[in-house]
Design a protein around this ligand. Structure first.
Ligand code: GLC
Length: 423
């Protein structure tokens, strides 16, 4: 393999630099996914080409109608900042094969067709302007490239397609300054790291971008796992990617998406699970054909941003994995000696918390230095003087910090022998 390391040596090498490379990512917690491509024109899911069996020549014509409004990447970036997100990931090429950058690898791109502009360059500039870290999504699977399926049965086509893939990644990693995340998707049909040449391509990418973080979808484990469509805690660095509406990654008309859309509480619930499991949340928007942010996303994202202005200290930053179930009125996250209770129901009187065996030192509301009076006995904490109403007008999701004398030990139901299986 010449200049390239074996898989074992490569994995050892990237593991050794992982803490340093991923420090910002582990603190960031919350990012914006942007699915933007020709499928926006159809407004019926980013898989429309395959799901509706549209022939390539017919689909291809959409490229000439592709007309992002000037400045739309700035609007995405601005909204991401308003939402309290710290990074973005843009689909530079989705499965349809249309490249949003000035590539020499194919003419099917946004400079040769449609707007005649390098949308990736505009996006990178917008991320830099707003201080966001920059991620590139890249679909390995390609429905447009003639070798995209031929590579399955024809070894020459497979080699050409590997070279095409490597050439695209090389351009993305060479032409836009420092890039933070390479986010691969769908490894069909080659289905192995050998098939895709991922070991070599990813080493090349890291040589070009020494700080790069790579996801796990090129058939190598790389830096982080990518649970999709559910915020599922994993035993490694992980990032859950979620659509905004439960229907589609690509644009669907707002009036139809709205009933299923996530509201501010839904998004906070996802963020809570991400924090509790020491993972990240990558929440998607599918811009409209002209690149505008879909209306149903704007309000909830701004509200989440306002909530994060008040409670961000419990979200950003490294967390331990684990979420004690300690009461019905709040969900918990843990950080060292501290437990954060993200309230779900505001208790209208003294509020009980069961199961902590460790001594509580203090309790306070995030955003308020005044401490909350408490009693603690028999593995039961009672907060005595909470305000009558939730101090969070945005989502009724205030956060209470409990600081213990040492990392807390917790076991629910210890008074009730029937529940010993919980411990
Ligand atoms: C899936 C879908 C794709 C989407 C991706 C996001 O793999 O094929 O449309 O971009 O998930 O994670």
């Amino acid at each position: 393999m010449g200049q390239y390391l074996s898989r074992r040596d490569y994995e050892e090498q990237i593991a050794a630099s992982r803490d340093e490379r991923m420090d910002w990512w582990r603190r960031a917690r919350f990012g914006m996914f942007v699915h933007y491509g020709l499928y926006a024109h159809y407004g019926r899911n980013e898989w429309v080409q395959v799901l509706e069996n549209i022939p390539v020549p017919e689909y291809e014509k959409t490229a000439d109608a592709f007309a992002p409004r000037p400045g739309c990447p700035r609007e995405w970036a601005q909204l991401a900042v308003e939402a309290g997100m710290k990074y973005m990931v843009l689909t530079t090429k989705h499965h349809e094969g249309f490249c949003l950058w000035d590539t020499k690898m194919t003419d099917f791109n946004s400079v040769k067709r449609g707007p005649g502009r390098d949308i990736v360059a505009e996006y990178v500039e917008a991320c830099r302007e707003f201080g966001l870290k920059i991620g590139f999504y890249y679909s390995l699977m390609d429905w447009h490239h003639p070798d995209g399926w031929r590579c399955m049965t024809d070894s020459d086509a497979a080699e050409r397609f590997r070279q095409f893939t490597r050439g695209c990644v090389r351009e993305l990693m060479s032409n836009y300054g420092p890039i933070d995340i390479l986010w691969y998707d769908v490894s069909r049909p080659l289905e192995s790291y050998d098939g895709w040449g991922s070991l070599e391509t990813n080493q090349m990418a890291r040589q070009l971008q020494p700080g790069l973080i790579i996801n796990n979808r090129s058939k190598l484990d790389e830096d982080f796992g990518t649970p999709e469509g559910h915020v599922a805690i994993q035993d490694r660095d992980w990032e859950a990617c979620m659509t905004f509406n439960g229907i589609s990654w690509g644009y669907v008309p707002s009036d139809q998406a709205a009933p299923d859309s996530y509201n501010v509480r839904g998004i906070l619930r996802m963020l809570h699970t991400a924090c509790a499991g020491s993972g990240n949340l990558l929440l998607n928007i599918g811009p409209m054909p002209d690149g505008s942010v879909p209306a149903e996303a704007v309000g909830p994202l701004r509200q989440v941003g306002r909530w994060l202005e008040n409670f961000g200290e419990v979200v950003y930053g490294p967390r331990e994995r684990g979420q004690p179930t300690c009461c019905g009125w709040a969900n918990a996250t843990v950080s060292g000696n501290k437990v954060y209770l993200w309230t779900r129901l505001w208790p209208d009187g003294p509020a009980g918390i069961g199961g902590f065996k460790t001594a509580l030192k203090s309790a306070r509301l995030i955003g308020d230095d005044r401490s909350i009076a408490f009693e603690q006995h028999d593995e039961r904490i009672i907060l005595m003087d909470l305000p009558k109403e939730s101090p969070d007008p945005i989502a009724n999701r205030a956060v209470i910090e409990l600081e213990f004398t040492e990392p807390p030990i917790h076991a629910i139901g210890s008074r009730y022998r029937h529940l010993q299986w919980l411990q």
